[in-house]
Design a protein around this ligand. Structure first.
Ligand code: FAD
Length: 440
């Protein structure tokens, strides 16, 4: 039986495995997904998880439940040796294993791009993983809970200060959602005044949200400012040592929370640890049908899709590549499954072609922006489209139902504002009890 190893069970990998399960007959091939996480993360929901509008577990799709005919290997691929047809995997106990394959599918996605700013690794947090979204949510909720018990002054102000670095899609959505959460929280904390909240969004370029047209960007910027945000454009962060954010425009901010959303970079397993061909950005070079290589130098039995692949964008014209987003990753995963099944059966694969449906971003409850071609929709209607689109897009009816019921509950009951920050130190209470008993 042929062995297909899929490296990464995120968007593209999950849809490839799901598609293969539907297409392949029993005994035709064994499908294996390698991923350190036992779930696919629906990343567009992370800003809403951070804002407490979606329960964290509903924003992820458990692989064991939804890929019933696929073998899931919990582990991190450290190298892909296509000449030897093996993927080297670090297993949960730290041991290494070599998985042999007949076909490899590389869908390991991207990693957060971090610049060497002093203090950034120690003090900031990203917004690309579910645990980061949960930690951001708890940090804001805890900051409010604690700030009310402190006297007005620098320490209270620091806890109520949030800085987002990077005004792209993920940054603006996360920022808008947290601003919305903070505004909602002020209702429960009448002792805190609105002017004590400080939300800063920093971007190195002269605009935020490059995915939309210049007038729409300006609208988003003004909209956030009208809700109390401070936007620093043409500004870089020079230091975050001890939580003091120093900006190139001379501003210095003592922040309780620093969120880094300044873009993505190639996954090291693809850019550095494989003999598959990569481009100057470190992405796997693929043909329009998602097989690795070029028409002149094809590489057999290797496929790639999603954020880790340079996929020709046939809908945009010669020389263009698809942009790294979920819209493409999902469709590429589906196309890859069809093409791989076709090749196994001796048929010809088809080229991937998708014209972008547009851009839709949440800016917090009741606020959003949608743009498709000449059409721009702002405010509440855009936010409704955002929710409608994403609840349809999240895979499986089981997840759609959980997310919708959560939203429905919140509509009547409001946001759940309990912080579970202590979950990050679950043994503290037990350890204290054990040591005090021993001391007694
Ligand atoms: C906050 C946020 C909001 C977003 N909102 C939108 C949106 O509204 N619309 C949109 O179109 N896009 C959005 N995106 C982008 C979109 O989520 C990504 O483009 C998409 O997830 C890419 O899919 P992928 O399969 O290539 O990678 P991923 O979904 O990132 O999956 C990669 C998988 O590979 C695994 N992996 C990584 N390294 C290894 C390894 N060494 N070995 C094994 N497995 C590995 C990871 O654990 C992960 O499961 C958003 C992204 C973020 C962060």
């Amino acid at each position: 039986m042929r062995k297909i190893v899929i490296v990464g069970g995120g968007y593209a990998g999950f849809y490839t495995a799901w598609g293969l399960e539907k297409r392949l007959r029993r005994g035709e091939a064994e499908v294996i997904v390698v991923d350190p996480a036992p779930y696919m993360t629906y990343q567009p929901f992370l800003p809403e998880v951070a804002a407490g509008s979606i329960e964290a577990r509903h924003a992820i799709v458990p692989l064991h439940r939804h890929l019933r005919r696929t073998r899931i290997v919990s582990g991190r691929a450290t190298a892909i040796d296509h000449a030897a047809r093996t993927v080297r995997v670090e297993l949960p106990d730290g041991s290494m294993a070599d998985l042999s394959y007949d076909e490899v599918v590389v869908t390991a996605g991207a990693v957060t791009r971090v610049f060497p700013v002093p203090g950034i690794a120690e003090k900031a947090i990203g917004l690309k993983r579910i645990e980061e979204a949960v930690a951001v949510r708890d940090a804001v909720l805890t900051a409010f809970d604690e700030a009310v018990s402190l006297r007005r002054g620098p320490e209270r102000q620091r806890r109520l200060t949030v800085v987002f670095i990077g005004g792209g899609f993920a940054g603006v959505e996360g920022f808008g959602e947290l601003l919305s959460l903070a505004t909602a929280l002020s209702k429960y904390h009448p002792d805190l005044s609105r002017d004590e909240l400080a939300f800063h969004l920093v971007d190195a370029s002269d605009h935020i949200l490059p995915e939309v047209t210049p007038p729409a960007r300006v609208w988003v910027e003004r909209h956030l400012q009208s809700r109390g945000a401070i936007v620093h454009l043409n500004t870089t962060v020079t230091s975050v040592v001890d939580g003091r954010v120093e900006l190139s425009n001379g501003v210095s901010i003592d922040a309780g929370l620093v969120v880094w959303t300044a873009g993505i970079a190639a996954n090291p397993v693809v850019s550095r640890h494989t003999d598959l061909p990569t481009d100057e950005r470190g992405l796997v070079i693929v043909r329009p049908d998602l097989r690795v290589g070029t028409e002149d130098e094809p590489i057999d039995h290797a496929w790639a899709a999603g954020d880790d692949a340079a996929v020709p964008d046939l809908a945009s014209g010669a020389g263009a590549y698809t942009i790294p987003n979920a819209q493409h990753a999902v469709r590429q995963g589906k196309r890859l499954a069809k093409n791989l099944a076709a090749v196994i059966r001796g048929r010809t694969p088809k080229a991937y072609r998708h014209r972008s449906l547009g851009t839709i971003a949440t800016l917090g409850i009741g606020h959003g922006i949608f743009q498709s071609g000449p059409i721009t929709i702002k405010g509440l209607p855009a936010w409704i489209i955002h929710r409608g689109y994403h609840v349809l897009a999240v895979p499986t009816w089981e997840r759609k139902t959980r997310v919708s019921l959560g939203w429905l509950g919140a509509l009547f009951l409001g946001r759940d504002i309990a912080s579970l920050a202590s979950v990050q130190r679950p043994r503290d209470a037990f350890r204290d009890d054990a040591t005090s008993r021993r001391a007694a």
